[in-house]
Design a protein around this ligand. Structure first.
Ligand SMILES: NC(=O)c1ccc[n+]([C@@H]2O[C@H](COP(=O)([O-])OP(=O)(O)OC[C@H]3O[C@@H](n4cnc5c(N)ncnc54)[C@H](OP(=O)(O)O)[C@@H]3O)[C@@H](O)[C@H]2O)c1
Length: 325
């Protein structure tokens, strides 16, 4: 089969379409014929040699796909050849075929095209596990989402809105902030022009954010703590602003607040299956009803994976970028 390989780490040009062996499903796995693969920020880091796949996983990048079931490994129940699915992967998605544990597979939701379903698994599982399972966002609370127009951000806004939370976002342009408003964000902060702590405290009468979903890491650590409400939860999922910051324990203690950092990719398959099951129960009905939708910016042929990576690096997108084998 054809797949994107990375013969030498580097820029987007290091993504090379090559002939590789077609994977075979192991016991408990499905083989999926890929219709589309989602491009994630993590794939850029893998390409640069800064985010290796977990041991035993494919070297081919790609953390999520949609497609049709091509074959079933031993012991798989509940799925049939030809089913239209999307799946959360530990790697291997930028390819014509990928194998995936059955617990990480979801049916394509009603109302979503087979291709666009590839925009869902990684963002929905990341947002649901962090904002709801870990940070326990409640109706009426305020969620601050950094990078509101990102793949992750566009889903976080919609799901928080659906549970009746208020949403504040940061983004780097007015156009992106308007896109966030269209999805349900109420407080819009252009981080290039305004201080998000000041703007958030102003907009919430000094209350702050009950939950912060952060992609920046070190660069925003101290300001995120300042933005937290009493009993607030800061969940760090990205390190775009570096890995080492200074934490004021006294400020955290005074607010009885929590700082948590998580990674989805490295979790054992059983934990991923638990998250996928929660997503099937709580999020899939919202998507099938049309209230929550995948936001897709662009679709590129698999051979143009470099163009897709350049697009993410330039950050001209709102939502997700997809690759089509
Ligand atoms: N831990 C996990 O399990 C996990 C899983 C999935 C994703 N993630 C992380 O979640 C983040 C989003 O992922 P993605 O794939 O959705 O990425 P993406 O679409 O490429 O989005 C990256 C975002 O970062 C924003 N950004 C850049 N500088 C910023 C700043 N100073 N303040 C606020 N926002 C800023 C960009 O917005 P502008 O263009 O407006 O600057 C852009 O929207 C990434 O950091 C990724 O690594 C983590």
């Amino acid at each position: 089969m054809k797949a994107i390989t990375i013969p030498a780490f580097g820029g987007p040009e290091s993504l090379v379409l090559a002939e590789v062996e077609t994977p075979r499903p192991r016991a408990g796995e499905l083989l999926v014929r890929v219709a589309a693969a989602g491009v994630n920020r993590a794939d850029l880091m893998q390409r640069q040699g800064r985010y290796p796949p977990p041991p035993g996983e494919s070297d081919v990048p790609g953390l999520e796909v949609s497609g049709t079931v091509e074959a079933l490994g031993e012991g798989v129940e509940g799925w049939s050849v030809g089913d239209e699915v999307c799946a959360l992967l530990a790697g291997g998605g930028y390819a014509e075929y990928v194998r995936v544990p059955a617990g990480q597979v979801l049916a394509v939701p009603d109302g979503v095209s087979l291709v666009d379903a590839a925009a869902l698994p990684e963002v929905v599982c990341t947002v649901w596990s962090n904002v709801f399972l870990t940070a326990n966002l409640q109706p009426g609370e305020t969620l601050l989402v950094h990078g509101g127009s990102s793949g992750i951000g566009t889903m976080a806004i919609q799901l928080a809105r659906e549970v009746g939370a208020h949403v504040a976002v940061t983004a780097g342009s007015q156009e992106k902030l308007e896109a966030c408003r269209g999805l349900g964000a109420e407080v819009l902060v252009n981080y290039r022009e305004d201080d998000f702590v000041e703007r958030l405290l102003e907009a919430t009468d000094g209350h702050g954010a009950d939950v912060v979903l952060d992609n920046m890491g070190a660069k925003y650590l101290s300001r995120n703590v300042s933005a937290l409400a009493t009993n607030g939860r800061l969940v760090i999922i990205g390190m775009q602003g570096g890995t080492k910051g200074e934490l004021d324990i006294a400020a955290l203690l005074a607010k009885r607040a929590a700082v948590i950092a998580t990674s989805l990719r490295a979790r054992p398959a059983a934990e991923k299956a638990t998250i996928v099951a929660a997503v099937r129960e709580h999020v899939w009905p919202l998507i099938a009803s049309g209230r929550v939708r995948p936001v897709v910016q662009s679709r590129h042929p698999l051979a143009d994976a470099a163009t897709a990576h350049r697009e993410l690096e330039a950050s001209t997108h709102v939502g997700k970028v997809l690759l089509i084998p």
